[in-house]
Design a protein. Sequence first.
Length: 516
Amino acid sequence: MLQAASAAGTVAIAGCSGSSEETSDPETDSETNGNKTNDGESEPEKVPDPPNVESQIIQRDKAAITNVRHVVDGTVTWPSARWVNVVDPSLLGAWETANSRVYFSSDRTFVLETSGTRYGGWATRDNQLFLEYESGDTENLGYQILTGSSRPVLELYQNGAYQGSYEQTTTESDQRGPIETAESLIAVREQNSTTKRESVRSGAMGSGFIVSPDGTVVTNAHVVGTHQDPTETVFQRFAVRKSEAIRQELASSGNLSEEQRDEAGQILYEEMMEYYQENGSLGNISEAVNVLNGRATPDDDLEVESWSADIETEGTVYTEVGGEPSMGRDIAILDVDGENLPTVTLGSGTDVSTGEELYVIGYPDIGIDEVFDDRNTTLEPTMTTGIVSARRTLNSGVNSIQTDAAINSGNSGGPMYNSDGEVVGVATFSPPNVDIQDIQFGLPIEVANGFLSELGVENTTGEMQRTYEAGLEAYWRGDCETGTAKMETVLELHPDHPQAQGYITDCENGEAPGQE
């Protein structure tokens, strides 16, 4: 339980210079232990007030709140491709024989006038002319354009047999803009293709919290990819990468507006993805879940520690009710290999009512992805505050806690605290309507407790956490002697604790509460 807004009772004088067990000299007590009153008695040293509730929660539980990352690796393999423009500009215009005339337009339509008039669409590829008539009939003709005479001559072949020649009588300039040009491009396999391979890493990040000193972690099921096919996850990431590459290439041309780049890029992206789906393959798919946390270093810096985690059990992210999707019991329980780990204290989400204060802690996705590649990056959780704005039962029957405290991408799976510093919920989701502001949802901690009970896991506080909390309370009231001793014990029990050394250093530097 967190301390109240003020401390009462007799505590040691702030500072780390003396032992509380030494015998005092009555004649010097008034000079060393306080200021003398008019009656000759010493005034007791003022005990510092503890920090506010938000600071107490962060200082006590920050080490137990983790960043959770679900990683999917795979390899995409495909034959090399090339872009083909299905509009041959040299065909544009009118071509005539003694008794027929055909006109090819840059909008990929044609008009054929013989004994009657026929319309349709056309395309070319590797000296093949494809005609599709409005009637549904199709023709596939070989062609070549001869330019040695006064006017270009179009020769047509079918199955290698000569069909006739057309002379060009009028020409048409290519009227296609960048969007129409993009629509005319198709991705085809190269004749002497080579095999291309690309390693792809994808996944998701969220938050979690440790509930037992031997490494049980609570988070959301969707954070660890319960609702996703790992193969689709890899391919989607690969697609995003290719989309970005196409847009960058279009941007380098310098003659397209941003709107044109976006539209043309989407057209080319869809075409390329169709090629990969038809010709490529995915392999070497693997999944891993890692729990990240801060750890102390010999230089007193905070670095990132990563634990490999096993998924012990997981609920459903979505469930179907009456043919419509609804949120399910979106909880996953992880296990990491550890002992004497910091833990949070679970309370009751059932008793949380509208209007009560709520504190949400987690790791919003504001560049945390980089810590996986840079171990020297500080990993710090973020707290948002609000109130319980409503209690709602989802149409799946799952109870939820509605709040106006921000739950951003990456916060999912993090703890929701009441004003007593107890975890009463798990931050889970935002409404699908992005126009709705300040409405976020969490699952009451009882949903997680159900999974923990099935596994036989209890929310317990280990020796290290009890020692740390005792040292923290001593530090808050200015008792550096007790606080330092406790924090030194914490580091013996858990050398990687990210905060204990900081409180020792504060006392040594005279920066603890009550020190001048």
